[in-house]
Design a protein around this ligand. Sequence first.
Ligand SMILES: *[C@@H]1O[C@H](CO)[C@@H](O)[C@H](O)[C@H]1NC(C)=O
Length: 268
Amino acid sequence: MEVKNQSSISDFLLLGFSEHQEQQPLLFGLFLGMYLVTLLGNLLIILAIGSDPHLHTPMYFFLANLSFVDTCFTCTIVPKVLVNIHTQQHTISHTGCLLQMYYFMALALLDDFLLAIMAYDRYVAICLPLHYTTVMCPQLLVATSWLCSNLLALSLTLQMAQLSFCASHSIPHFFCDVPPLLKLACSDTHTFQVTMLTEAILSGIIPLTCILVSYAHIMHTILRIPSAGRKHKVFSTCGSHLTVVTVFYGTLFLPEEQACEGGFVETV
Ligand SMILES: *[C@@H]1O[C@H](CO)[C@@H](O)[C@H](O)[C@H]1NC(C)=O
């Protein structure tokens, strides 16, 4: 096979869409279309927020950060899928695979942390409006999230780099996701799995708790507002955040196969 000739021993094969030869042009078009829509949509959001001084508030900065993260997220996965479908070579180098895994995890964690920060932002804005400017420190919150998500992703990626892959190098997926890589590893993955589980639980529970507690306080405050019109107005400032949260956690809780596709669609 020509694929073998040009690839080194340590390369991986991403076989996610390698079957169904006749559907390759369709897949290519579909991915390209979604890719362009995602890029365009997110860039428009960032531009709109950047250019309108009315939108220079922490909530919209967070939203712009979320768009930026989604743009990067798409860029770590889709271009490689497009190249692989186009060239019909499904290889990715060992380093490329680790990098993809690193960015995928770091950006997914960052998305998760930003959603929690946005919930906190809504909580402070609605429940402690008088303290908003003193309590809210967007730069610090964003910087901490970047740092945490990168450190968490780095620790897992460094551990993954230690694993050896001796038998198959074929990943039945369209990017270097952690579970399929782990299945291929032939060294002991126990430490890795313990680290991953700990990180997954922490990064799952802490932001979700933050979101739930914030909204519990928000609901409590809103229910005490006497006028129905004002109730609705206050609640509507949470609308865009609630939508993103629902989509994000909705796709997380799907079964694995669908979650991969859902996770991809979510960024669109
Ligand atoms: C991300 O948020 C920070 C803090 O609010 C802000 O200064 C920065 O401009 C935002 N980045 C983007 C790309 O909008």
